[in-house]
Design a protein around this ligand. Structure first.
Ligand code: HEM
Length: 279
């Protein structure tokens, strides 16, 4: 006869297996995101670094909507700072989540975190300045999406920093992840376009050159709101005691990992490699 103790042990073993698989799926998704983001850093450094070294600034206008504008020295300077900070923030962000570094080098974690939050403010302000002085990239909804992204980055950064100062590390971690996802918005938008191109057989309906089509608008708002919604569902599944919810969440995380991997490969092939090879 099966004793109560045996049933309890079995339930505990199942529960710890489900939690382990859930955590593994989280790590897989995070690893794919880090690889994809550091490829973005590689592109930024290789392309814009190449432009600076060669002095061929006209190449910037082949890849950006506004880019370098003659006579707009301030705007060009802000664009340069924005792109320089983009490399720093995209490289430094993921490092904050490596638990080994956090535990072994707490001083580094603190300083890298401060740099991250200050950079988040500067880069968002630079983005808002460019929109205000040069006009939007995309339609009205796209512009509102960018403004929303900047507001969320700065708001979440304040909450994350405040929670760290109050030594409320549980809340700090949550706000820091939210900030990281919002900072990753510009990366998500590229992944989003590339997945759309892939899933629609290279037709990408709902997009147009001025980035004001229905899909452009959807992604304009979605590049902040979709990752945020997924993250809140993740927090819910992580905290919920139900094994069924953990198992469903694990499958969803793995599916997201597949989508993200496809998106990263597509971004490299469609957006970045052509710009680097036609330097
Ligand atoms: C916080 C993370 C951000 C990162 C990592 C980032 C990164 C970049 C990069 C790499 C570029 C050059 C584009 C390319 O080579 O494809 C760029 C351009 C630009 N970004 Fe950001 N950005 C961020 C946030 C923002 C925000 C919040 C806004 C708006 C409020 C914004 C507005 C712009 C604008 C207007 C341009 C110039 C586009 C053009 O002239 O066509 N960025 N950004």
């Amino acid at each position: 006869m099966v004793s109560e103790m045996q049933i309890e042990n079995k339930a505990n073993a199942q529960s710890s297996k489900a939690i382990k698989t859930f955590n593994l799926a989280t790590r897989i998704l995070f690893t794919i995101a880090v690889i994809g983001q550091w490829l973005f850093v590689y592109y930024i450094v290789a392309f814009y670094g190449g432009v600076v070294v060669s002095g061929a600034y006209e190449k910037i206008n082949k890849v950006l909507v506004h880019g370098m504008i003659e006579g707009d020295n301030m705007g060009n300077f802000v664009l340069g700072v924005h792109i320089f900070l983009a490399a720093i923030i995209t490289f430094g962000g993921p490092i904050q989540f490596f638990s080994t570094i956090r535990n072994r080098f707490p001083v580094f974690h603190r300083w890298n975190g401060r740099i991250y939050f200050v950079t988040a403010f500067l880069i968002s302000s630079a983005g808002l300045f460019m929109i205000a002085t040069r006009g939007a990239v995309g339609g009205t909804i796209g512009m509102l999406g960018n403004i929303l992204n900047a507001i969320l980055i700065m708001t979440f950064a304040v909450f994350a920093w405040r929670a760290a100062m109050q030594r409320n590390f549980k809340a700090h971690k949550k706000w820091a992840i939210r900030t990281f996802l919002m900072v990753s918005g510009v990366w998500f938008i590229r992944i989003g376009y590339c997945l759309w191109i892939l899933l629609t057989g290279f037709t990408a309906p709902g997009t147009n050159k001025s980035m004001s089509g229905p899909f452009d608008n959807f992604l304009g708002l979605g590049h902040s709101l979709i990752p945020l919604l997924i993250l809140e569902l993740y927090f819910f599944a992580k905290a919920h005691p139900s094994l069924k919810i953990k198992k469903i969440a694990t499958v969803v995380l793995l599916l997201l990992g597949l989508l993200l991997s496809a998106g990263v490969v597509m971004v490299v092939l469609i957006f970045w490699l052509p710009k680097l090879t036609h330097q």
